[in-house]
Design a protein around this ligand. Structure first.
Ligand SMILES: *Cc1c(COP(=O)(O)O)cnc(C)c1O
Length: 416
């Protein structure tokens, strides 16, 4: 967002306050130009013969966003069969979708195979079952390299007692199954966790994965998952994508030379591609001074944006209605009947009731983690694309809340 003469604008020139007026609040807005820029940054960072970027769509699954990625040339990473189906609906070819679920049963994996998508298997039990049923079907193996990384315990996936992936120490078992069942292992995969602060840890894990890759004879790709960090606070460090890309490319090209085959280098970023493209606009319902704190209560809560409460994550806030106001200290809270604090002791230009606040970094894991708690409607979503705003999801209505509820008749006639 750009501040010009005391007013905020999206990069393409659209005024967020106009959108708040046109579509009402709370409102998710995604800037397609930012998504495109992040995608190009990622692609340009790697100098390898074959590169594939799978957008990890659980970050933001609106079908228009998926179609935008398709138009950019991205592929998709799906963690549920429903995400696979959304990807197909969005126009991705089955082989452009990688299915990387965790802890699902064999039926869901078989559904993926029937649809023809790439499959990543993350435990030995499923590997064995799948190998008996479809030894002909190419698979990727998700390895856990046991490198501790990740912004917090909830999203860290690489440590020793993590439920994700097949332990690298179980590689001999995997190799024995692959040989006995004549499995077609086409890929090797890892995803060590979100928010890697330290590129060095990632490279260590990559080294372990490449060592494992040497053990398989006929690979087509090596998938390093994700972990790319984006800035949330002003001044935050983020993954230096160009430096990272250069280091990984050098190492990977060397690996391909040793392996005597040009394998495809795969990454599956979610947050990096969409986090900064998203803005969440809310209206201030009430400004409430208490003996210790001034609360600003907004027309949203953990039902729409749970990251601050769930992960203790920081989302930067701006007061779109009063950019030139005198900064004061606020604790910004939601309207849910539970403590749902968006931010504590934030210095924000004076907030008045009715002002529109903007939460930044609202593209990844925001709408997709929303709920109907307190029977509130989920917000509308807007995509800014080619200079215009497009409604890509309507705000919910009472009908949506009642949609799957079944009236059993006898209870509607209850008398007291
Ligand atoms: C969630 C997930 C990702 C994306 O992680 P980000 O931190 O959003 O980049 C990638 N791969 C798999 C398997 C995932 O589950």
């Amino acid at each position: 967002m750009i501040l010009k003469e005391d007013r905020y604008f999206f990069e393409g020139g659209i005024d967020p306050l106009d959108l708040a007026g046109k579509y009402d609040c709370p409102l998710y807005v995604y800037d397609g130009a930012v998504i495109e820029r992040q995608y190009r940054r990622m692609v340009n960072a790697f100098q390898v013969p074959r590169l594939r970027i799978n957008y990890a769509c659980k970050a933001l699954t609106n079908i228009s966003v998926l179609r935008l990625f398709k138009s950019l040339g991205a592929c998709l990473d799906a963690v549920s069969i429903q995400e696979v189906q959304l990807g197909l609906k969005a126009g991705f070819e089955p082989r452009e979708i990688s299915f990387t679920p965790n802890g699902v049963n064999i039926d869901e994996i078989m559904e993926g195979a029937e649809l023809g998508v790439k499959i990543h298997i993350d435990n030995i039990s499923i590997l064995e079952q799948f190998g008996h049923l479809r030894p002909d079907y190419p698979i990727g193996i998700r390895i856990n390299p046991h490198i501790l990384a990740g912004g917090n315990a909830k999203i860290s996936t690489g440590h020793l007692d993590s439920k994700f992936g097949i332990s690298v120490h179980q590689l001999p078992h995997v190799l024995r199954l692959a040989e006995t069942l004549k499995l077609k292992v086409e890929g090797i995969h890892m995803h060590t966790g979100s928010d890697i602060l330290d590129a060095e840890a990632f490279l260590q894990a990559a080294e372990i994965l490449l060592n494992a890759a040497y053990q398989f004879e006929d690979l087509d790709y090596v998938d390093f998952g994700s972990g790319f960090k984006v800035p949330y606070r002003p001044g935050d460090i983020s993954t230096d994508i160009d430096e990272f890309g250069a280091r990984i490319s050098t190492r990977f090209n060397q690996f391909c030379k040793d392996y005597e085959k040009d394998l495809c280098l795969v990454f599956e970023p979610g947050k990096f591609l969409v986090s900064e493209a998203g803005y969440f606009l809310v209206r201030v319902n009430v400004v409430k001074p208490t003996p210790a704190t001034v609360f600003a209560g907004v027309d949203s809560g953990l039902n729409h944006l749970i990251r601050p409460m769930f992960y203790n994550s920081y989302h930067h806030m701006t007061n779109l209605s009063n950019p030139a106001g005198k900064p004061r200290i606020y604790t910004v809270v939601g309207y849910i009947c539970e403590t749902d604090t968006f931010g504590v002791n934030r210095q924000i230009p004076e907030i008045r009731e009715g002002d529109i606040l903007c939460f930044h970094n609202a593209g990844a894991y925001c709408y997709t983690m929303s709920s109907n708690y307190n029977s509130r409607f989920r917000p509308a979503e807007i995509l800014l694309y080619q200079g215009r705003d497009h409604l890509i999801r309507k705000r919910e209505t009472m009908e949506d809340l009642l949609h799957n509820q079944v009236d059993i008749g006898i209870l509607s006639k209850v008398s007291v």
